[in-house]
Design a protein around this ligand. Structure first.
Ligand SMILES: *C/C=C(C)/C=C/C=C(C)/C=C/C1=C(C)CCCC1(C)C
Length: 265
């Protein structure tokens, strides 16, 4: 896929968004890792998965950032392609690792009955892999028709994921009452809201039409995915942490390694 020449502003917008994403992932990694000691044992796996997700994403953002820097050089006031490819593969490898973790994290926090947990996780993970492989084929093709077709194919497993989350997890939520039920429904909404951002971003170049391979399309996609990743990884992890704390308070639990109060000497 040929890179277009960018204005100073366009290049810097992507550069700064990628840099912001690195900062968000690194800070979230520190937070989730430390916050693990603030939750009881049953929520620890979810916090560990949050740390892994932002750790993996932070590394990949660093690589994307480097790749972006090498792909362009400043010449006579504009950013022109150097001929070094901009590697979008990092993004998709990242999603291939982090999306199944996010799915497993949700299932862990929902604390579904053991009998359904394994099968729901497996079906969701298979669907995410199919969705991402199809998406990648469309993403790297330099042709609007191909991008459209693979985008539609990728949306089939995506629709299935939404179906499982909406219908089956809602069913699970209905077995609960009060605060727990409310939080389960909020988590689903957050997940669907942030994940919905990805296909919309993917579609931006198609909707821009003529500028499909142009500067606007590339800048919009990079900025859109960066915002979506910050929301779906950092924001989502914070939400999971807050749910864990609320559930602990409701059930009168303390963090597993909270020391007993020591008498003053
Ligand atoms: C941390 C990364 C996350 C949560 C990534 C999620 C990605 C998606 C939900 C991507 C979906 C896509 C479609 C439904 C169609 C077009 C191609 C994709 C891969 C962008």
């Amino acid at each position: 896929m040929e890179l277009p020449t960018l204005t100073l502003g366009q290049y810097s917008l992507v550069y700064n968004m990628l840099s912001l994403a690195i900062a968000a992932m690194v800070a979230s990694f520190a937070f989730f890792t430390m916050a693990r000691s603030q939750v009881s044992a049953r929520f620890r796996p979810a916090l560990v998965m949050s740390s892994l997700v932002v750790g993996i994403a932070g590394y990949h953002y660093f690589r994307i950032f480097e790749s972006w820097g090498h792909a362009y050089a400043l010449q006579n006031g504009a950013y022109v392609p150097t001929g070094m490819p901009f590697n979008d593969g990092y993004r998709y490898v990242d999603w291939l690792l982090t999306v199944p973790l996010l799915v497993a994290e949700l299932v862990a926090v929902l604390q579904l009955p053991k009998a359904v947990r394994g099968s729901i996780t497996a079906r969701l993970i298979i669907a995410t892999v199919l969705m991402l492989v199809a998406g990648y084929v469309g993403e790297v093709s330099g042709d609007m028709g191909t991008r459209n077709i693979w985008g539609i194919i990728s949306s089939v497993p995506f629709a299935y994921i939404l179906y499982v989350l909406f219908v089956e997890l809602k069913r699970a939520a209905e077995r609960e009452t009060g605060d727990v039920k409310y939080k389960l429904l909020m988590t689903q909404l957050l997940l669907i809201g942030t994940w919905g951002f990805y296909p919309i971003t993917y579609g931006i170049p198609v909707w821009f039409g003529a500028d499909f391979l142009g500067a606007t399309g590339i800048v919009a996609v990079q900025v859109g995915y960066s915002i979506a990743d910050i929301a779906a990884k950092c924001g989502y992890g914070l939400m999971i942490y807050s749910i864990a704390r609320t559930k602990m308070e409701a059930d009168g639990e303390v963090a597993a390694n909270t020391a007993a109060p020591v008498a003053a000497e």
